[in-house]
Design a binder for this molecule. Structure first.
Ligand code: ZN
Length: 402
C-alpha cells in the first residue's frame, strides 16, 4: 500500500521553518516511502519512520475527489490538482470548486499530526532538533524583514501591550518583536527542542503546545502573528477562530502562508505532504471573514511565493460577526482563477522563463553571503540577533548590514 511517511528524528515548527529554509534543505525534508532510510550522510540518527498517511486506501486520479468537505465553504465538490508532491512521491491534492481552497485529500488525523510536529518536523525540515547558527542568522533576517512591515500594520491600529507569536520556532521573531516594539511577547511552539532553545537563548515566555490545545496565560493580545503555520493545520478555520477569540478588541493578526498562485518554483515543486492546505489571497481573506476578522492589508513577497494578510478584530463592544452562510463563503470565480493559474503554469512555460537560473544563482549567492556573515557575527544567539538588529535600525541604503 503506497504511503507517505516522515522520517523520525526531531521537531516542529509552526512558523519560521518554511519561510527560512533553503531550497536545498527543503528538498531533503519531505515524505519518504515507508521503510525508506534516512540519508546516511546526515548526522541525524536513524529511527523508524512515523507515517503521515494521506492515502489509506491508496488513491489514484480516477477516484472521485473530496472525501471531506471544504474547510472554508463546506462544498464537497473538488478537482484534482496534482497526484505528486515536490519529491515526486504520491500525494493527492485537490481544489474546492466552491471557493478555490486547495488541500491534501484526504487530510491525516489529528493525533498523527500532533505527534509529528511535536517530535519530528524540525528534523525533517532542518535535520536538527535545535537551530543551527545559519538557521538563526536566516531566521533573524526574515524576522527583521517582517518587522519592517509592522509600521504599516500598526498605522491601521496602534500596537501596544501584549503580543503572541504562534509557531515561534527558535524564537528569533518573538525576541526581535519584543526588542524593537516593547511589546510583552508570548509564544506557542509545539516542538520541545526548539522551544527549549528559545527559552534558553532568548529568555522567552513560550508555551510548548499544539495550537488547538494551547491556553496562553493573560487573556487577550493586541497583536498575534502566525507565519507559515496555517497551511500545516488540519482545521485552519478553527485555528483562525481561536486567534479571533484571543485578540483584544481592535487587535491585529498577521498571517503568512505560501501563495498557491506562485509561479516562482517549478510546477512539480509546489505541493508538500506537511502543507495540508494551500491558499491564495482571496481564500485566506475569506477565511478570516468567516470568523469575524476584517482584512486590512495584504502583502506578497518579491517572488510572489508567500502572501501575508493582516486581519483586525472589531473594536470594543462590537461583536465578532462571522460569515456563516454557504452563499457568503462561496467564491466559484476564485476557484476558476486558481485553476487557471495552476493549469497554466506548465513545466515548459516555467523553463522558458529565467526563474530557474535566477533562483539557483540567488541560492548560491545567499549561501556564500551567510557563510561570510557568520564568520563576523557573535556565536551567542542573542548577541547575534542584537547585532543584526543594530544594523537593521541604521541600515546602509541598498545593502545588508551583515
Ligand atoms: Zn471551498
Amino acid at each position: 500500500m503506497p504511503r507517505l511517511s516522515m522520517p523520525i528524528a526531531a521537531s516542529f515548527p509552526f512558523g519560521t521553518a518554511c519561510s527560512t529554509e533553503s531550497p536545498a534543505e527543503a528538498a531533503r525534508l519531505v515524505p519518504m516511502a515507508a521503510g525508506q532510510r534516512v540519508d546516511p550522510t546526515t548526522s541525524v540518527p536513524q529511527s523508524p519512520p512515523i507515517v503521515i498517511d494521506h492515502q489509506d486506501p491508496p488513491m489514484d486520479a480516477s477516484m472521485p475527489a473530496a472525501r471531506q468537505s471544504c474547510n472554508l465553504c463546506g462544498c464537497t465538490d473538488a478537482r484534482i490538482v496534482s497526484m505528486r508532491d515536490r519529491d515526486r512521491r504520491p500525494l493527492r491534492t485537490v481544489m474546492c470548486t466552491g471557493c478555490g481552497l486547495v488541500r491534501c485529500d484526504p487530510i491525516p488525523d489529528t493525533a498523527m499530526l500532533d505527534q509529528y510536529y511535536r517530535e519530528h518536523y524540525r528534523i525533517d525540515y532542518k535535520r536538527q532538533s535545535a537551530p543551527s547558527r545559519r538557521h538563526i542568522l536566516r531566521a533573524g533576517r526574515v524576522a527583521l524583514d517582517r518587522l519592517s512591515r509592522l509600521p504599516a500594520v500598526s498605522a491601521q491600529s496602534p500596537l501596544g501591550g501584549r503580543a503572541l507569536d504562534i509557531g515561534a520556532g527558535g524564537g528569533e521573531f518573538a525576541y526581535l518583536l519584543g526588542r524593537t516594539t516593547g511589546l510583552a511577547v508570548t509564544g506557542i511552539e509545539p516542538n520541545e527542542g526548539y522551544a527549549a532553545h528559545a527559552r534558553q537563548a532568548f529568555g522567552l515566555d513560550l508555551v510548548v503546545s499544539s495550537l488547538h490545545d494551547a491556553a496562553p496565560a493573560g487573556g487577550s493580545f493586541d497583536l498575534i502573528t502566525m507565519f507559515h503555520v496555517l497551511e500545516h493545520l488540519r482545521d485552519p478555520g478553527a485555528a483562525l477562530a481561536q486567534v479571533a477569540a484571543w485578540l483584544a478588541p481592535g487587535g491585529l493578526a498577521v498571517v503568512e502562508v505560501p501563495n498557491v498562485e506562485a509561479t516562482c518554483q517549478a510546477p512539480g515543486h509546489l505541493f508538500h505532504a506537511a502543507h495540508l492546505y494551500n491558499f491564495n489571497a482571496p481564500a485566506l481573506e475569506r477565511m478570516g471573514q468567516k470568523v469575524g476578522l476584517a482584512p486590512v492589508a495584504c502583502w506578497f513577497s518579491d517572488d510572489q511565493g508567500n502572501l501575508s494578510i493582516t486581519l483586525r478584530r472589531p473594536v470594543a463592544d462590537a461583536p465578532l460577526v462571522a460569515l456563516a452562510t454557504a452563499s457568503a463563503l462561496s467564491m466559484p470565480s476564485n476557484a476558476a482563477r486558481v485553476w487557471q493559474v495552476r493549469s497554466g503554469h506548465t513545466p515548459w512555460r516555467h523553463r522558458a522563463t529565467l526563474q530557474p537560473a535566477t533562483r539557483a544563482l540567488r541560492r548560491i549567492a545567499g549561501r556564500i553571503g551567510e557563510t561570510v556573515a557568520l564568520q563576523r557575527l557573535p556565536s551567542d544567539p542573542r548577541a547575534m540577533l542584537d547585532r543584526l538588529c543594530d544594523g537593521w535600525q541604521a541600515p546602509v541604503a541598498g545593502q545588508r548590514a551583515f
